[in-house]
Design a protein around this ligand. Structure first.
Ligand code: SAH
Ligand code: SF4
Ligand code: F3S
Length: 444
């Protein structure tokens, strides 16, 4: 067997794509390894969303050059591939700056990797494929493999037509595309037969899904009917939370009470300049309606501070929104100007020190709220899917319905099952629990 190492940066779409690349290369004799230094092939599946994310690729490529040279001295070839959004945005430049890179492949053409790899193994020579083909890659992907995991990502939607003024995604991933519902149900059936008990539907704008009757709400209902025990979806846009999707949160027990709903800013002026297509009042309305049908819904969000022209008052409005909503967790970033996006050339860029100060005060508030949310879970009993071993011997780790990490000592025997846990300790970033009874629930 040849060894394949894939390092994944960025969002859930890249996690999904990395798993599919492993599925595609398995028939060529590649099996996964955690160790890049002994891999016959290394794929960096990259992210272009912020400058720092993109820069990481070049520092990793520097290390890989040394590994490749060391292996070459021992008579082994190493194929190095760059995939993902940096590949799409900077393909030519990668080939120019990193002569040891053999393959560059974009997010919509990686189904062609087997041919590219075979060619690279046979004849050598460098290849670049960053097309946006007319026929979707999904039609060329093998059946999804769950790799023995109880929780799987299932891509239902790709790309983005929203063009928020700060964002590279519409350029790196291309136009919105929704997979036909029957194809998604077939993948879900396959995952269920492999013992998967939680499916997270993924897409850049997953709730813009329109590949079947009833949009994303209809798809979730169909998956619940199919017998998927736990369902989640990410990432949603507030402007696409339609009535049926909101209702599904009340109707479907299988749909976990957690929603990642990025708001970016609490200021109407900034939201408008970002081209987000909704205002602050719309966001509150959606949250109110969701909480009405599912009172225990936990919310998560993304924030950008220091968007061009953001004033102290705009930033204060973001803090106010955060206080009002009470997020269970959140991601927050300093605005990073991205080449070719409208916001990068807006006149009033916010100074770096001010961005840093705003980020730190926002994060103080968000961390407090997260701790408060975690503390409120003390003594509660929740069904937790234990999906991986922990760092301590015998420990298992899983996700609560609200996406918190939960640690269980001596929990190894319950791995890959949903277990009712009593929460015994709350930490800033996780919980600890003990099984309520010795009878774990097998999930599938
Ligand atoms: N499709 C999702 C988000 C995709 S990108 C949505 O519409 O919400 C993930 C997050 O990265 C975004 O929500 C945003 O908060 C952040 N982000 C995107 N571009 C950025 C930039 N140029 N600078 C800083 N953060 C950015
Ligand atoms: Fe980027 Fe906006 Fe599309 Fe999200 S909706 S991927 S932030 S352009
Ligand atoms: Fe990054 Fe591309 Fe995802 S830019 S966030 S990997 S869509």
């Amino acid at each position: 067997m040849k060894k394949l190492h894939i390092k994944t940066f960025g969002c859930q779409m890249n996690v999904y794509d990395s798993a599919r690349m492993a599925d595609l290369l398995a028939p060529l004799g590649y099996e996964p390894t955690e160790d890049p230094a002994n891999a016959d092939m290394v794929i960096l599946n990259t992210c272009h969303i912020r400058e720092k994310a993109a820069e990481k690729v070049y520092s990793d490529l520097g290390r890989l050059r040394l590994d490749k040279e060391t292996r070459a001295k021992r008579g082994h070839r190493t194929v190095i591939a760059v995939a993902g959004c940096v590949a799409q945005a900077e393909g030519e430049e990668i080939l120019r700056r990193a002569p040891h890179v053999d393959l560059v492949v974009g997010p919509q053409t990686y189904h062609r990797l087997p041919e590219m790899v075979a060619r690279a193994e046979r004849a050598g020579g460098r290849q670049l494929d960053t097309d946006f083909p007319a026929d979707p890659k999904f039609d060329h992907l093998p059946k999804p493999g769950a790799a023995g995991q109880p929780s799987a990502f299932l891509s239902v939607q790709e790309g983005c037509d929203k063009f928020c003024t700060f964002c590279v995604v519409p350029y790196t991933r291309g136009a919105e595309y929704s997979r036909p519902q029957p194809d998604i149900l077939a993948d879900a059936r396959e995952l269920l037969t492999q013992g998967v008990c939680e499916i997270t539907l993924v897409g850049q704008n997953v709730n813009a899904y329109h590949g079947g009757k009833g949009g994303l709400g209809g798809l979730l209902r169909a998956l619940a009917d199919l017998g998927v025990p736990r369902l989640r979806y990410t990432t949603s846009h507030p402007a696409d939370m339609d009535d049926d999707l909101i209702a599904a949160h009340g109707d479907l027990d299988q749909l976990m009470p957690f929603l990642h709903l990025p708001v970016q800013s609490g200021s109407d002026g900034v939201l408008k300049a970002m081209n987000r297509n909704h205002d602050v009042a719309d966001y509150y309305r959606v949250v109110d309606r969701l909480r009405k049908v599912r009172p225990d819904l936990a919310l998560s969000s993304d924030f950008i501070v220091g968007f061009p022209g953001e004033t102290d008052a705009d930033f204060q409005a973001t803090l106010d929104l955060v206080k009002d909503i009470g997020f269970a967790q959140a991601y927050s970033f300093k605005y990073s100007p991205r080449p070719g996006t409208p916001a990068a050339s807006m006149e009033i860029q916010v100074p770096e020190e001010l961005k840093s100060a705003r980020l730190s005060s926002l994060q103080t508030q968000l961390n407090n709220d997260q701790e408060t949310f975690n503390r409120a879970c003390l003594d509660r009993v929740m069904p937790v899917l234990l999906d991986r071993p922990g760092r301590h011997p015998g420990q298992a780790v899983g996700r609560s319905p609200y996406m918190q990490a939960v640690h269980v000592e001596d929990g190894e025997k319950w791995l890959n099952q949903v277990v009712d846990l009593q929460i015994t300790a709350a930490h800033p970033n996780s919980l600890s629990g003990v099984p309520l009874s010795p009878n774990a629930k097998a999930c599938a």
